[in-house]
Design a protein around this ligand. Structure first.
Ligand code: NAD
Length: 497
């Protein structure tokens, strides 16, 4: 059985043989590998490696760090298909979707290649006689990243490229459910010239996370995952004096106004609800249909759902794959039972579906509920599967109020042809990422990603300018230089290395 090992100092480590987790191919339901689960000793080893590497890495010229990022960027692009295949085999999403995921990670690497420009400070000359004031941005030290199963390539790449380019060293604790893609990325980073210890990977579960949260040499933690764990990571990490950003769960609403282009809205609802089998933090899980919009929209959604190609992710033409584990599939199917018990109308039932020949995989088809109300559990909980709820409201104001009352605020969208209605939405809605006729408003690498309310804990969004700010500490210097510097004779052409 293949063992997925820790990556410390650019070398593989088995870890303790009694601590192993199982990794599956969700399409077949078969175990495909074991993953080493770190104990405290292995986490300490990873952190010690990162702490030792930090001293040299923070002093490596920023131009050199940027060049390594450029090399890494090229290697990730060259191996995009290899990364996508690994990802599909352990996560289950379709190859197309996996390629898209890696590409979104690549965009953050591209952003990080601009680090020399991004960490420039400010300068004010002559704030007093002979006195100047300036700011510099310095790395924080060892940073830990703890990431979820649903974007095993992209979410770690939201973190470590910027952290490392900024001069930090990094310990990644990827999801134990689909860890292989991070291993290939680390190998590519080594090929790009990354010195040992700058990026370490320790696999594991709560034991590893808890050690990272208390380790005195870990200065900052980036977390992405479910709301209860995000809240725990944020409160424990900050109580231990660390800088923490913790991005959390979601329940994303898409309002459809009666004047919307219904073709566009139906395509968007189906794509955003069932893409990646609903296992996206930006998946649309609730359509709020205003006035008579539902009567037009629902048959159009049904028509599209009937044509969805649900198949193993590496099957040509597959549009939706399985869920991550058997337990999660059963939990999602349980929500369909709950919705029926609560009195919602089940328009399409995905329970019991599996593609022929894959009966042992973690399958469920696409489900659609109509007449869902905010007091129902299927409305309140993050189901994280291919289950879409339609809530009907009389008015636009009621729809906006419902979203603002929801405890989550990751992403949302409005579908309308009325610019004034769209403007009202972007102004009044209490959600961090807003789409106007765009169902999954995930910003590109040069903006920052982050929700509001219980979808985030901490003050920083992830990647983009917020990422640079999170992974650096600003220092302000006030300097007086009464005497000119004397360098002596030097006829050489200055280099930046
Ligand atoms: P999860 O919270 O179960 O796990 C996330 C990470 O935390 C994993 O590395 C896991 O090993 C670790 N972990 C799990 N339980 C823990 C515990 N009790 N103590 C300490 N560490 C623990 O999340 P998941 O199921 O892997 O991912 C899905 C969730 O992530 C969904 O809620 C989704 O909305 C959310 N998510 C959010 C974003 C975002 O940007 N807001 C992006 C992707 C996923």
């Amino acid at each position: 059985m293949n063992l997925i090992r820790h990556w410390i100092d650019n070398e593989l480590h088995d870890g303790a043989p009694e601590r192993r987790g199982d990794v599956y191919n969700p399409a077949t339901g078969l175990k495909s590998a074991e993953v080493a689960l770190a104990s405290v000793a292995e986490v300490d080893r990873g952190v010690a490696s990162a702490a030792a590497a930090f001293l040299e890495w923070r002093d490596t010229p920023v131009t050199r760090r940027a060049r390594i990022m450029f090399q890494f960027r090229d290697l990730v692009e060259k191996h995009l298909d290899d990364l996508a295949k690994l990802l599909t085999a352990e996560h289950g999403k379709t190859l197309d979707d996996a390629r898209g995921e890696v590409t979104r990670g690549l965009e953050v690497i591209e952003f990080a290649t601009g680090i020399p420009h991004l960490i420039k400070g400010e300068f004010s000359e002559q704030v007093s006689r002979g006195v100047d004031t300036y700011t510099i941005r310095q790395p924080v030290g060892v940073v830990a990243g703890i990431t979820p199963f649903n974007f095993p390539a992209m979410v770690p790449m939201w973190m470590y490229p910027i952290a490392i380019a900024a001069g930090n060293t990094f310990v990644l604790k990827p999801s134990e459910k689909d860890p292989s893609v991070s291993m290939l990325a680390a190998e590519l980073f080594e090929k790009a010239g990354l010195p040992p210890g700058v990026l370490n990977i320790v696999h594991g579960d709560k034991v590893a996370v808890d050690r990272l949260l208390e380790h005195p040499d870990v200065k900052a933690i980036s977390f992405v995952g479910s709301t209860p764990v995000a809240q725990y990571v944020y409160s424990t990490g900050t109580a231990n004096g660390k800088r923490v950003q913790a991005l959390a769960g979601a329940k994303n609403h898409m309002i459809v106004l009666p004047d919307a282009d219904m073709d566009l809205a139906a395509d968007a609802a189906v794509s955003a609800a069932y893409g990646s089998a609903g296992e996206r933090c930006m998946a649309v899980s609730v359509v709020v249909a205003v006035g008579d919009a539902a009567d037009k929209l629902i048959p159009m959604v049904q028509e599209r759902m009937a044509k969805l190609a649900i198949a193993p992710g590496d099957t040509p033409g597959a549009e939706m794959g399985p869920l991550i584990t058997r337990e999660h599939r059963d939990r999602v199917a349980g929500y369909v039972d709950t919705g029926l018990e609560e009195g919602a109308t089940l328009v399409a039932d995905g329970r019991g579906f599996s593609p022929e020949g894959y009966e042992d995989g973690f399958w469920i088809g696409a489900s659609l509920f109509d007449h869902v109300t905010p007091d129902m559990k299927i409305y309140q909980d993050e189901i994280f599967g291919p289950v879409l709820s339609v809530v009907r409201t009389e008015s636009y104001s009621e729809a906006i109020r419902m979203i603002n009352d929801n405890m989550w605020g990751n992403g949302t969208a409005v579908f309308t042809n009325d610019g004034g209605a769209a403007r009202k939405f972007q102004n009044e809605i209490e959600v961090g990422m807003v789409g106007v006729n765009v169902p999954i408003p995930v910003p590109l690498g040069f903006y920052s990603f982050g929700g509001w309310k219980k979808s985030i804990f901490g003050d920083h969004g992830i990647y983009g300018p917020d990422g640079v700010s999170f992974y650096t500490r600003q220092k302000v210097v006030i300097a007086r230089w009464p005497d000119p510097m004397h360098r002596g004779v030097d006829l050489g052409f200055p280099t930046n290395q």
